[in-house]
Design a protein around this ligand. Structure first.
Ligand code: HEM
Length: 324
């Protein structure tokens, strides 16, 4: 039972990899009775077409960009993002099996790391992000990952629930992200010590725990990936939720491409973050659950922050003594 998280990661990799690998150009040859007509229409694309319907794109009979996008989605996006996600899960598993998580002997004394509001906003953001991930993965990969197991009837229900849910949770993500940004940006500004932390790969090179402030270099990178990637998925998501905001179809295709790539990068990075928050660095999760961390954990992983806390506590106690 102690290693239940390993099984979660293992199942994730096993579910994503094989069906996504099978995705790609369809080899099914379906006879299209209208094929000749449409081939002729496509051949006439250069010639001006006339129509009585007055509206944007009303003279476009075949949207070539739509077809390019469909090919890109099936042949590149689904395949390579599947490889990336399954690859990240496999690397994390391999690292954990070879190296195990970082553990510090506890002192039994606790210090406050996160206020209640900070924890609520973190779990709100994390919860909405996970719901968007699950529904988004169904929309992008469902055809290859879910359909073969569920059959078309069940898949239709899952896919339409995912679409509605995804559209609904999107705006909530924007609110949570902005709130999170305001609360945490001050502690995520880059410092020289972060570069040293990154060069030492957080202690993987050279051993020990390199010095870090409240957040270390790796956490700051995650924060900025989340901020920039979050901005990209949010703006493109708003365009997709409200297509009337843009002119024509091509900006929508661009929004779909940006949305997909940014989301996959965010999901891949979040796997790393979730691994470190659970199995990778023991004792971290406690801080996000109760707000308190062990002093030995604080000293080992965030020594500069820990020293600052001590300095403040000493200054407060001597101010109290002088006041008496
Ligand atoms: C199972 C899921 C998750 C767990 C167990 C988890 C755990 C944690 C923990 C323990 C911390 C504090 C680390 C420290 O004390 O230094 C943290 C911070 C953070 N988490 Fe999560 N988290 C999860 C999901 C997420 C998700 C989905 C997101 C974003 C979409 C997220 C974004 C963040 C950010 C940005 C920070 C602060 C890092 C910084 O500002 O530098 N977390 N998380």
């Amino acid at each position: 039972m102690r290693h239940w998280w390993v099984w979660v990661w293992l199942c994730l990799g096993a579910t994503l990899f094989p069906p996504v690998h099978a995705a790609g150009p369809s080899t099914d040859k379906v006879l299209n009775p209208g094929a000749e007509l449409w081939n002729e229409v496509r051949g006439r694309q250069a010639a001006p077409a006339t129509t009585q319907v007055q509206g944007r794109d009303s003279q476009v009979l075949v949207n070539e960009w739509g077809e390019h996008f469909r090919d890109y989605r099936r042949q590149r996006f689904v395949r390579y993002s599947g490889y990336l996600l399954a690859g990240v899960v496999s690397l994390l598993l391999l690292y954990h099996l070879l190296h195990g998580g970082l553990e510090v002997t506890e002192s039994g004394r606790k210090v406050l790391r996160f206020e209640l509001t900070e924890r609520i906003v973190h779990w709100l953001l994390a919860g909405v992000f996970l719901l968007l991930t699950v529904t988004g993965v169904v929309l992008a990969f469902g055809r290859f990952v879910v359909l073969p197991w569920s059959g078309p009837e069940v898949f239709a229900v899952i896919a339409s629930a995912s679409k509605e849910g995804h559209n609904l949770f999107g705006p909530l993500f924007i609110v949570a992200l902005l709130w999170f940004f305001v609360l945490f940006v001050g502690r995520n500004l880059p410092r020289l010590v972060d570069i040293y932390w990154l060069i030492r790969a957080g202690g993987m090179l050279g051993g020990g725990h390199p010095a870090a402030g409240f957040f270390n270099g790796g956490e700051k990178i995650w924060f900025w990936i989340l901020t920039i990637g979050g901005l990209a998925v949010s703006t493109s998501g708003v365009v997709l939720d409200f297509p009337a905001l843009v002119e024509g179809r091509n900006p929508l295709v661009l929004a779909l491409v940006v949305h997909g790539i940014a989301a996959v990068v965010l999901i891949a990075a979040s796997f790393g973050h979730m691994y470190l928050g659970t199995l990778g660095v023991k004792g971290s999760l406690e801080g996000m659950k109760s707000g308190l961390v062990d002093e030995a954990w604080a000293h080992a992983h965030h020594v500069l922050w820990y020293e600052e806390l001590n300095r403040k506590a000493q200054a407060e106690s001597s101010a109290r003594e002088q006041g008496q």
